[in-house]
Ligand binder design. Structure first.
Ligand code: ADP
Ligand code: MN
Ligand code: MN
Ligand code: MN
Length: 333
């Protein structure tokens, strides 16, 4: 007997990479082996030297196919088994290794938008729906669009063993959020990329699409972000360490902004619960800040901080690496 293993990887498309997958039949009792693919079709290799290597980094049950079948999250290697230039996970794992003594945790809030054809789900064929106000965490068919897909996706994540911690309806019609974590990095990136793949895959069954576009509708409609909630062992013990982390992020603002997702300037305008990308500000409970310190953290005098800047289309391997390097680097200096 054998099982089906769906190998999932991140391609080389720029400026925003996307997910690819293909299936392999593996004999029962065997782990999914190293595999390969045609990198010339994924912006990862020239045609005359097209082979790239798929190295499994996280294997879990496949909630779509069920049975013994598996999902296999992979990193891409060159044929000499070194990381491919498009492989952002390797540097993330190296940063985690270097700062292992900080025991970092991440909880990532992934916002996204369902589309039916060229319009967000819930938008009428012509014109616009009533303005924002009632949609966030709403109930009823005048406010909620796509709930069956959201429920199925949450169940699929649980069946796969992903660390999903919640879901909610968002501010714009057809816009939703799920949260992954808290987890260490690069595991949080592995789980988030797989949860994204499941979202796209399950949306197929419902004949809609899901997009991580950071500003799916221009004008007075919220963009889509991926807030990164972050703590070290010291932050979970001390408020001063939380403030020091926010200060360190502020001192390195520009380097983070350019790596927090394509078209970040369209989303971080200073409106719609964002701080302009040209500024850095942190504050308690402040949803107009770049970094928010949750009120419970200020009350308890310990906990975590929320980096509100990353776009929905951010690569979590890149953002979590940068946060670890900036915050743990400053604390080690
Ligand atoms: P918001 O109020 O910003 O919408 P959410 O409830 O959507 O917040 O997400 C908060 C996230 O923070 C969750 O993913 C949760 O797992 C994560 N989190 C909670 N405590 C910590 C911590 N100490 N370190 C890192 N992440 C944390
Ligand atoms: Mn949230
Ligand atoms: Mn949100
Ligand atoms: Mn948030």
């Amino acid at each position: 007997m054998s099982y089906k293993a769906e190998y999932i990887w991140i391609d080389g498309q720029e400026p925003t990479a996307k997910l690819r997958s293909k299936g392999k039949i593996v004999p029962d009792g065997e782990e999914p082996p190293i595999w390969g693919f045609d990198g010339s079709s994924t912006s990862q290799a020239p045609g005359e030297a097209s082979d790239c290597v798929l190295n499994p980094v996280f294997v879990c049950p496949d909630p779509v196919r069920g049975g013994n079948n598996k999902l296999v999250m992979c990193e891409v290697l060159l044929t000499d088994m070194t990381p491919h230039p498009s492989n952002t996970r390797a540097a993330c794992a190296a940063a985690d290794e270097k700062y292992r003594s900080f025991d970092t945790w991440f909880g990532i809030e992934q916002e996204y938008t369902f589309f039916k054809g060229a319009r967000p789900l819930g938008f009428p064929e012509n014109g616009f729906p009533p303005p924002q106000g009632g949609y966030y965490c709403g109930v009823g068919i005048d406010e909620v669009f796509g709930r069956p897909v959201v429920e199925e996706h949450m169940d699929a994540c649980l069946t796969a063993g992903l660390e999903i911690s919640g879901i909610n309806g968002e501010v714009m019609p057809g816009q939703w959020e799920f949260q992954i974590g808290p987890l260490a990095t690069p595991a949080v990136g592995d789980h988030l990329w797989l949860a994204r793949w499941l979202l796209y895959r399950i949306s197929e069954e419902h004949e809609i699409t899901a997009t991580l576009d950071p500003k799916p509708v221009r004008g007075d409609w919220n963009g889509a972000g991926a807030h990164h909630n972050f703590s070290t062992n010291k932050m979970r013990d001390s408020y001063d360490a939380c403030v020091a982390a926010a200060e360190a992020l502020g001192a390195n603002h520009d380097a983070h902004i350019v790596n927090y997702g394509h078209r970040i300037e369209e989303r971080l305008t200073g409106l719609h619960e964002t701080c302009a990308y040209t500024e850095f500000r942190y504050g308690v409970s402040d949803r107009g800040a770049s970094v928010r310190i949750p009120w419970q953290v200020a009350r308890d005098g310990k906990g975590y901080i929320e980096d509100r800047r990353p776009n929905a289309n951010v690569d979590p391997y890149v953002a979590t690496r940068l946060i670890v390097e900036t915050v743990c680097g400053a604390a080690s200096a």
